[in-house]
Design a protein. Sequence first.
Length: 94
Amino acid sequence: MSLSVTTAAADPSLCALSDLKTKMGISGSSYDTALTRAINVATALIQRYLGRYVVRQTYSETFGPRYRMRVGLTQAPVDSDSVSITDDGTAVSS
């Protein structure tokens, strides 16, 4: 089995700097570097704790022949409208 990101998130952070500054009542850019660092650290800690990324990305998973009957995807939640299943390049109905 292999997993690869086919379309990475534009911004992997769990919140935007502007949203955090608004919530904290901060204006100006004096604290932008420190706040950005805090967002990045918090994002990394949360994702490490959960054991997965929590931002919207597009993944491709490849399974070997022993997975023919039932497949458990490693990333969740899954947008069921965007799932496609193929068997050696041939579309399979889900």
